[in-house]
Design a protein around this ligand. Structure first.
Ligand SMILES: Nc1nc(=O)c2c([nH]1)NC[C@@H]1CN(c3ccc(C(=O)N[C@@H](CCC(=O)O)C(=O)O)cc3)CN21
Ligand SMILES: CC(C)C(=O)C(=O)O
Ligand SMILES: [Mg+2]
Length: 273
């Protein structure tokens, strides 16, 4: 948008998200990693856009989220922010840039906010990263939590199976959710845990709880946009609902293009100068 125009669209804030929980309006959230996708997702009316470290898988083709760097997350986040007019933009702080060192956590959060123009950061974990969250919040940066299947800890878990099925881990998760609320997180993500436990967490904490593979009794839902559009191949977990089959549509379009180039159908006269 040029400096001569001003948008009439009301931006989503943490306050609005809290109000949505209070009145029982579900919060919609999807990932985006680039300008064009962000513009589509925002234009469709999404509440929150997550610049997820799943960019490591979806954009870069890595097996896990661990390799993505601060510079790469900032590149994705700044691209997304330029495409967004209304949504609240949250950015994952990548693995190794906040755990166990609150000064580094603060530095990372500030870099993301300063260099991307995003509105908040997200971190994985509970009690063990409380100090890091406190430092980030002290700088005025909203923090979203993330509990359950936290992919940055995949080598601790060993598998991507559902978390907190046993009572001990379920109790720890509920305690961690309370800690995140008390510490001042504006919302939290619950990934791949039993629906019953997620419901209990959403009823216990006052902040919005956004689920992925956490059932319907939470305050909102998040998916990776490439998964729900059917672009990612071979990723079909139980929690995913596929809303389009873009992989087939895109393959067909590319094949048609190849055919037209080979047959000299493209370009025709009206497509030439
Ligand atoms: N494309 C994509 N979508 C995601 O939702 C996503 C990422 N990437 N990368 C980061 C994390 C990792 N996530 C995951 C990864 C695997 C499963 C999963 O259910 N995997 C297997 C089951 C594994 C098992 O049970 O051992 C599956 O059913 O596909 C779920 C979420 C969610 N996030
Ligand atoms: C799956 C969501 C919650 C996420 O953290 C990501 O996309 O990186
Ligand atoms: Mg993530």
């Amino acid at each position: 948008m040029s400096v001569h125009q001003s948008s009439n669209i009301k931006r989503i804030t943490t306050h609005i998200l809290q109000e949505m929980k209070s009145r029982g309006e579900k919060i919609s959230m999807l990932t985006a990693y680039d300008f064009s996708m962000a513009a589509i997702v925002d234009g469709a009316g999404i509440d929150i856009i997550l610049v997820g470290d799943s960019a490591s898988n979806v954009m870069a083709g890595h097996e896990t989220t661990l390799p993505i760097t601060m510079d790469q997350m900032i590149y994705h986040a700044s691209s997304v922010v330029r495409g967004v007019k209304r949504a609240f933009v949250v950015v994952d702080i990548p693995f190794g840039s906040y755990q166990g060192n609150s000064s580094e956590a603060l530095r990372s959060a500030i870099r993301i906010m300063k260099e991307s123009g995003a509105h908040a950061v997200k971190v994985e974990g509970g009690a063990e990263i409380k100090e890091s969250i406190t430092r980030i919040l002290s700088a005025g940066v909203p923090v979203m939590g993330h509990l359950g299947l936290t992919p940055q800890s995949i080598y601790k878990f060993g598998t991507y199976t559902v978390r907190a099925k046993e009572e001990e881990e379920a109790n720890k998760l509920l305690e961690d959710a309370k800690i995140l609320e008390e510490t001042g997180c504006f919302a939290l993500v619950l990934e791949k845990i039993p629906a019953k436990l997620a419901k209990k967490v959403a009823e216990t904490v006052s902040i919005p709880v956004i689920g992925i593979g956490a059932g319907g009794d939470v305050d909102g839902q998040v998916l990776v946009v490439h998964d729900m559009l059917g672009i990612t191949q071979e990723f079909k977990p139980r929690f995913l609902r596929q809303y389009a089959d873009l992989q087939n549509i895109m393959t067909k379009a590319v094949q048609d293009y190849i055919t037209d180039v080979k047959s000299k159908d493209f370009p025709n006269e009206s497509e030439s100068y």
